[in-house]
Design a binder for this molecule. Structure first.
Ligand SMILES: Nc1ncnc2c1ncn2[C@@H]1O[C@H](COP(=O)(O)OP(=O)(O)OP(=O)(O)O)[C@@H](O)[C@H]1O
Ligand SMILES: [Mg+2]
Length: 510
């Protein structure tokens, strides 16, 4: 019998105070797409970092076999030589370098005394065509969208002798169009015999792509199952160890008066580009307002500019609790009772070198001050309460945020704003990269806050979540509001039709 492309046997990995992996074993057949599922903090990324030499031998226990032969990588270069490529949850490109330089960073092309730039750019074009990305190879990576950067990372992996491709939540930040391209590339790679390990919280993708699913829970392997024997519900049950009765715990509640009124609002960026055009809407106390729209429809720009976090020129009137309000910067916004939980947690949300308590209380320091002295007991108690509510998985509240799993970092971002007791809470993609169990806790937290009278604005690209949690839904396209739906009238179809101006552009572009 042909040996497995990869076997990991009895893998155990400890960090100070945490056993991240406990005797995990699984095997991957050549040319299959093998999905790795599990809640936030289950150990998925850690297992893949061991496989790719980021955590070198012997900082873990257990054996790794490639094509039946034992391997012990001391670093990531050794795993790359063996044909393993890993694409991380968080991007790893050099922002100041061009696309072409990033693609061939460690290739021989770049080591020559005189670099043949024409050849380099031609080669870069060739690889980018392969993944269907059409940008100039001389563009600096920092000028690309997160989605485009992800595709470059994949192209970069392809330029090497690729045997096993590891993707750790590759689609979290991709547009629908880019996701479709990725799915196509993965299927093509599979046909050429490349083995793929695919980590994703999007179980729809897992069901579409995977041949086998291995589930991790609390650092242990629950088992590997062929896709034919699975449904999304079964995967969820394996992941959380219990059945979730409902995905969206929406509760009807009393909705109060208008708290935020926006009238004929337009916004022009410093570059002169008009990003928001003539927008009017209201949000009421205790209401959950969903904001739907495709990527690039202006949702984030509308709310970051209202929040004072985007430099540019505003026109129109904004009233908070009936009073005209001038928000020039985020401090003004926070003073007026607004909070903004951003979609890019690394850039705006967290200080990775500080611990959980320091991060959550950063925005709330003024409220926690008793006189000039910081009330530490209150700080710790409030943080504990919020983190318990969201089921944060961490050894202690003194853990540095940079050491948390991706989904748990997102919970800290949210906690940081909740502790500040805002009147208007703006959530931008609040459950991106978050597992089903934790999503549920976040939805419940949203319900509770709304019940206390907080107005919640939820920008989300996940239509089921918008439909499942909102009282009312605004649909944006091309920098303006194209439609409004009451909860009872909204469907995936009428929202998509509105977001794409009648025809489904995303689909026709693929
Ligand atoms: N460098 C580190 N130092 C200390 N603890 C760590 C470190 N990296 C991970 N951990 C801990 O190990 C456990 C597993 O984390 P890991 O990142 O592998 O989870 P994950 O399954 O990838 O989760 P997510 O879906 O949220 O990305 C978590 O409890 C995490 O806090
Ligand atoms: Mg992870």
């Amino acid at each position: 019998m042909e040996p497995y492309a990869l076997e990991m046997i009895g893998i155990t990995k400890e960090f100070p105070g945490v056993r991240a992996l406990n005797q995990v074993s699984f095997a991957v057949r050549r040319g299959e797409i093998h999905a790795l599922c599990g809640e936030n903090g289950a150990g998925k990324s850690t297992l893949m970092k061991i496989l790719s030499g980021v955590y070198p031998h012997p900082t873990y226990e257990g054996e790794i076999l490639l094509n039946g032969e034992p391997v012990r990588f001391k670093n990531i270069i050794e795993s790359q030589r063996a044909g393993i490529a890993i694409i991380y949850q968080e991007l790893a490109l050099v922002p100041e370098m061009t696309v072409a330089e990033n693609l061939f960073l460690s290739h021989d092309y770049m080591r020559k005394p005189v670099i043949d730039w024409d050849l380099l750019y031609a080669e870069a074009m060739r690889w980018m065509n392969r993944i269907g990305l059409h940008v100039d190879p001389q563009t600096k990576v920092k000028q690309l969208s997160v989605g485009q950067q992800q595709l470059i990372e994949i192209a970069k992996a392809l330029t090497r002798n690729l045997q096993i491709l590891i993707l750790d939540e590759p689609t979290a930040a991709l547009t629908e169009h880019e996701v479709a391209i990725l799915m196509r590339i993965l299927k093509e790679l599979k046909a050429t015999g490349v083995t793929c390990i695919y980590i994703s919280h999007k179980l729809g993708e897992v069901m579409e792509l995977a041949d086998t699913v291995t589930v991790l829970r609390d650092g242990q392997s629950i088992g590997s199952t062929p896709i034919a024997e699975l449904t999304q519900e079964r995967i969820i049950t394996q992941m959380v160890g219990r059945q979730l009765s409902e995905l969206f715990p929406y509760e009807p509640r009393d909705i109060g008066d208008n708290i935020l009124e926006v009238e004929n609002y337009s916004f022009t960026a410093d570059s002169g580009k008009k990003l928001i055009e003539q927008v009017s809407f209201q949000v009421r106390k205790g209401e959950i307002l969903g904001i739907a729209g495709l990527m690039g429809s202006g949702r984030t720009e509308l709310f970051t500019s209202l929040f004072g976090a985007l430099p540019g020129k505003k026109q129109g009137i904004v009233r908070i609790e009936g009073k005209v309000s001038q928000i020039r910067n985020p401090s003004d916004a926070i003073r007026a009772g607004l909070a903004y939980v951003s979609e890019d947690r690394k850039r705006y949300g967290l200080v990775l070198g500080m611990d959980i308590i320091q991060n959550t209380t950063l925005a709330a320091l003024k409220k926690l001050m008793k006189g000039p002295i910081l009330d530490q007991a209150t700080e710790v108690a409030r943080t504990m309460e919020i983190m318990e509510r969201m089921r944060l998985k961490s050894a202690s509240l003194q853990t540095k945020v940079g050491q948390l799993s991706g989904g748990n970092q997102q919970k800290v971002v949210l906690g940081k704003w909740i502790i500040n007791q805002p009147k208007i809470l703006i959530l931008d993609e609040p459950t991106r990269g978050i597992d089903v169990g934790a999503k549920y806790e976040i939805y419940k937290t949203m319900n509770e806050l709304a019940k206390e009278g907080v107005a919640i604005i939820m920008i989300s690209s996940e239509l089921p979540e918008v439909l499942g949690m909102s009282d009312r839904i605004l649909v944006m396209a091309e920098g303006t509001i194209k439609g409004e739906f009451r909860r009872q009238d909204a469907t995936q179809e009428n929202i998509m039709a509105c977001a794409t101006g009648g025809k489904n552009r995303e689909q026709s572009a693929v």
